[in-house]
Structures are given as structure tokens and as C-alpha cells.
Design a protein around this ligand. Structure first.
Ligand SMILES: *Cc1c(COP(=O)(O)O)cnc(C)c1O
Length: 543
């Protein structure tokens, strides 16, 4: 059996046994990568992710076979494949010039701790497969609950480790957190009542019949995250009953229109199930008037959910916490950990003001999740879950409230700096002022801004549609060049009747400097010299 090496998995038992027991040699391909990411993950990403974008069709060619490999292969051979075809053509989300999305650099300790997590391979669905991880996750949820609701210290001891209840649910991200919040709201709206055994047992059709409503609806501003569309579909509410209320010039829900929308629902005998306030919209980072929304939710007796997936950690900041005033009145709040808590992808949370709220979705099974157990799985949508809470616990412990405060303050202040740079630049137009650390802008030289100022609505529409094309080409070209990255979206902005294509910047990476931001604009000024873009700009001049 001399031909057997530890990294070779031949289809025989002895060899398979080795993959479970013998670690990869340090001088093997995988061992070397392992060492490299341990020594210097930043350096590893910089050297191994190639900057030039290969088009997706070319990459797809390496992933086109639907046949499961018949024969085992060498770990080293496979690792080579990963290096060349996955690592090399992945996206350098940690790069300080990657300011277009909500994914940023990670603190170095996340990587080795994530390995510890994987090595332990706990399953948080139940205590039997997670033991200490269950109280640890419950503590993390209590910490976030405290961040939002600031209940007295004597509130928590009776709830953190309560076998009947959970203060919130840990999940894979904001989407599941939002679904969970609306699921709870839905079930609480139709509890058991006399002969009716509750919506959880009898379903929505019977719940409506029992209550006499024609339907139920969720109200959120037009900036609401697309996860609410999924949630309303999934929960039987129907996407048409996700009412998207227009925003004011600051991308905040228009309260008059909200009131109007509710009246219209009433006329149709549709019951508002939940009102959703956003604390940090995904596209512009603005915050809804949470205090006023809490008042209104109270007035119409409806669940008030705040989607603070992005902006929640602003609560760490003494200076900016006030922006979220009113969040403590929400019945439920979503916070993503894989965004501004700087945890790797796959961690979100929802917390509930009422510590018994999650009972509305409680589920038990005989072999696990027994009544009276502390199993977290009885109060989560997901079943088996990894020990990700450990990484949130690590962040909260190592970075601490004050550390997160610095990160938050720095991001908001950098966004203000960048907004000032854009305002001062003759060729750019700021399309949404940063309230947190997100802003949007577009390429629109002073001369064209002047044309727009004097234009009729029809003329402006033509100019804007040409600028939309400029923006689109510009963003695409910058992404392909791979030096810096901003994203793009389409938005209604103050001053224009039509939606505009705008560039979107998210400033959460502490390694992003003002110089890098200046270079983003400089690169864009170079890109617009491309003939295709110049042709579009000439069309505007010739109008
Ligand atoms: C990111 C985000 C979500 C969705 O979270 P995922 O973690 O991507 O599922 C929901 N709402 C807001 C405001 C977000 O920014």
C-alpha cells in the first residue's frame, strides 16, 4: 500500500479513512494556502485574486459538467483547481477600494475563530449538539436586545436562558430575520380564539374567514429591501399586499402617504399586519422617522418592525445613536451581523421587544426541541445552524462597544468627506446626501447641470436617460478594470421626475482612505474619456 498518500482519496476504505484522520501535509498545495491565509490573509487575497475580470461565460466553462466525478482525486489537484478557477476569479470584497457593496474587510481574528467553529461543527438547533454554544448564542441575542431596547439589567436574568422563550432568533442573514419578524407578527394577529385554533394551525384562508378581513398587508417605503417581497409571498400575504409607500426628498417614508395608504386598505377591508421602518436603507442609508412611525403603528394597532439590517450598529455610537430614536419602540428589529458587526457572511438576528413574542412560531418535535428544553431550534425558521454566534460574540468582546463606535463614526464621517469631495468636483452631482455611511452620486458635468436647470421636463428626461447610459457604462468599465469598485442602482431623487441611474458608495471598510476615494473619482474622470461615453455626452451637448 505504498502508493497511498495522505492527500489521495482512492476509492478504497483505507484511503477514505485517511481523509477523516490524516491532515494535509504543510508542503502540499492546500497546506501552503492554509499557511498563507494564516500568515497574511490580506496579502493572500491581493496576490491570488486577479484584478482583470474574466467574463462570466469563460468562467462558466469550468463549471459546466453535471456529472459527479466518478473517481476520487488528489486533494492537491483539487486545490489547484480552486486556486485557478475560484480564488483567482472571485471578488476582492476586502479591498479598501471596493466601496460599492455592504461587504468589507474582516478583523483578522475572524478567520482562525471561524476555523475553530468549523472544527467543532456544532449544531445550534438543539442543546444536545451544541451545549455551551446555546447559552453563548442566547447571550449574544440578549446583548443585541439590550443594544436596541436598553431594558434594565434586572430584566435579562429571567429571560436570557429561559427554557420557554427566546429574546430573538439568530439566523443566516437579514432576509430570514425579516421573514421571522413578519411570521411572528402574522401569527400574533391571528391567535387561537374560541373555535379557531390560530393561523399556525388552520392557515391564512381560515384566519381571514374567522376575522372577517379580506386580506392582510405590510407597509414599507419604496426603499424597502426586496426581502419583504419574498416574505409576503412566503407567508401567504401576497406580494401585491406589500404596500410600497413613496419617500420624501430624503428617501424617508412619506408619513402623509403612509396614512393615505392605510386608509385605502381600510376601505378594502384589508388589515395592516405590519408597518416596517427602515434604519439604513440598502440603497441610500437613510433612516425612516421611526418615532412617528411607532406612534402611527400604535394608533392603528399594528406590529412595528424596524429593518436595521444595515444601520443597527449605529446604536453603538454615542454621537449618532439619536438618528435611530424610536427604534426601542419597535416590536421587532432586524440586525445583520455580516454587515456592520464585521462577521463573515451568514449571520443575522432579529430581536423582539416582548420576550414572549417568539412563542407565536414555537415548534416542537419529539426527538429534539422537546417542551421545556432550551433548544433554540424551537424558535427559529432554520433548522440546523452553525455556531456563527461565536463570531459575533468574539466581535462584541474583542472590539467592544467603543471599538464599534469608532468604526461607525469613522464610516459616517468618511461619507461626509466623500460627499463634500463630490459636491466640490465640477463633474459630479450628489444624488443622495449621506445620513449614515452610504451615498449616491452620478457623473453630470457642470455644463450639463446647467442645461438640466433650464430644461423643460421633457428635455430633462432625454438628458437624464443619456446620463443613465453614461453612468451604466462608467460603472461597468470601472468594475471590469478592477482597481476600484462602486455599485449602481436606480432611484427617484429630489428635483427629477424620472428615476435616475446613480453610483452607490458604502463606506464601511476602515482601511478606505480619502486618497482612495479621490482616486475613485479620478478613475471615473478617465473612464468617461472613452469614445462610447464621449459620444453620449456629445448627444447631450447637441440637444
Ligand atoms: C442587507 C439587508 C437586508 C437583507 O439581508 P441579507 O443578510 O442579505 O439577507 C435586509 N434589509 C436591509 C436594510 C439590508 O441592508
Amino acid at each position: 500500500m505504498t502508493s497511498l498518500t495522505p492527500n489521495k482519496a482512492r476509492a478504497n476504505l483505507e484511503s477514505l479513512y485517511r481523509i477523516f484522520t490524516v491532515p494535509e501535509a504543510p508542503d502540499s498545495t492546500l497546506g501552503a494556502i492554509d499557511q498563507a491565509i494564516s500568515d497574511d490573509v490580506t496579502g493572500f487575497l491581493q496576490t491570488h485574486i486577479v484584478a482583470i475580470e474574466r467574463n462570466l461565460e469563460e468562467i462558466e466553462a469550468n463549471f459546466s459538467s453535471s456529472a459527479i466525478p466518478e473517481e476520487p482525486t488528489y486533494v492537491s489537484e483539487y486545490t489547484e483547481f480552486v486556486k485557478e478557477n475560484l480564488v483567482a476569479h472571485s471578488v476582492h470584497t476586502a479591498a479598501p477600494g471596493f466601496v460599492g457593496h455592504m461587504t468589507s474587510a474582516l478583523p483578522y481574528f475572524m478567520l482562525p475563530l471561524a476555523r475553530v467553529m468549523t472544527a467543532l461543527n456544532q449544531n445550534l438547533v438543539k442543546v444536545e449538539t451544541s451545549k455551551a454554544f446555546t447559552p453563548m448564542e442566547r447571550q449574544v441575542i440578549a446583548m443585541l436586545h439590550h443594544l436596541v431596547y436598553r431594558r434594565d439589567d434586572d430584566f435579562y436574568p429571567s429571560w436570557i436562558h429561559n427554557s420557554q422563550h427566546a429574546l430573538g432568533a439568530f439566523c443566516s442573514g437579514g432576509t430570514i430575520a425579516n421573514v421571522t419578524a413578519l411570521w411572528v407578527a402574522r401569527n400574533r394577529l391571528f391567535p387561537p380564539d374560541g373555535d379557531f385554533r390560530g393561523i399556525a394551525r388552520e392557515g391564512l384562508a381560515r384566519a381571514l374567514k374567522h376575522s372577517g378581513y379580506e386580506g392582510i398587508a405590510v407597509l414599507v417605503s419604496e426603499r424597502g429591501h426586496y426581502s419583504f417581497g419574498k416574505a409576503t409571498d412566503l407567508l401567504g400575504i401576497g406580494r401585491d399586499h406589500l404596500i410600497k409607500v413613496n419617500t420624501d426628498e430624503n428617501n424617508r417614508i412619506d408619513l402623509k402617504l403612509l396614512r393615505l395608504a392605510c386608509r385605502r386598505l381600510q376601505d378594502e377591508n384589508i388589515r395592516p399586519l405590519a408597518l416596517v421602518g427602515i434604519a439604513g436603507t440598502t440603497e441610500t442609508g437613510n433612516i425612516d422617522p421611526l418615532e412617528a412611525m411607532a406612534d402611527f403603528a400604535q394608533e392603528i394597532d399594528c406590529h412595528f418592525h424596524v429593518d436595521a439590517a444595515w444601520g443597527g450598529p449605529t446604536l453603538f455610537s454615542d454621537r449618532y445613536r439619536r438618528l435611530l430614536a424610536g427604534i426601542e419602540r419597535a416590536d421587532s428589529v432586524t440586525i445583520d451581523a455580516h454587515k456592520q458587526l464585521y462577521v463573515p457572511m451568514g449571520a443575522g438576528m432579529v430581536v423582539f421587544k416582548d420576550p414572549t413574542a417568539l412563542s407565536a412560531i414555537e415548534h416542537h418535535a419529539n426527538y429534539i426541541l422537546r417542551h421545556g428544553s432550551k433548544d433554540l431550534g424551537s424558535h427559529t425558521l432554520e433548522g440546523s445552524r452553525p455556531g456563527m454566534a461565536m463570531l459575533v460574540h468574539a466581535g462584541l468582546s474583542i472590539i467592544g462597544r467603543k471599538g464599534y463606535e469608532l468604526l461607525i463614526d469613522m464610516g459616517i464621517e468618511r461619507a461626509q468627506t466623500f460627499a463634500a469631495m463630490i459636491r466640490q468636483h465640477p463633474d459630479f452631482e450628489l444624488t443622495s446626501k449621506p445620513e449614515l455611511n452610504i451615498l449616491t452620486y452620478r457623473y453630470c458635468p457642470g455644463a450639463i447641470q446647467q442645461i438640466l436647470a433650464d430644461a423643460t421636463a421633457e428635455q430633462a428626461a432625454v438628458v437624464n436617460s443619456l446620463l443613465d447610459q453614461v453612468c451604466q457604462l462608467l460603472q461597468k468599465s470601472q468594475r471590469e478594470a478592477g482597481r476600484t469598485f462602486v455599485s449602481r442602482t436606480r432611484l427617484h431623487t429630489a428635483g427629477y421626475a424620472e428615476e435616475l441611474t446613480v453610483l452607490r458608495v458604502v463606506l464601511a471598510n476602515p482601511l478606505t482612505t480619502d486618497e482612495i476615494l479621490a482616486s475613485v473619482l479620478a478613475e471615473q474622470c478617465e473612464i468617461v474619456q472613452q469614445p462610447e461615453i464621449q459620444a453620449l455626452l456629445r448627444q447631450i451637448d447637441e440637444l
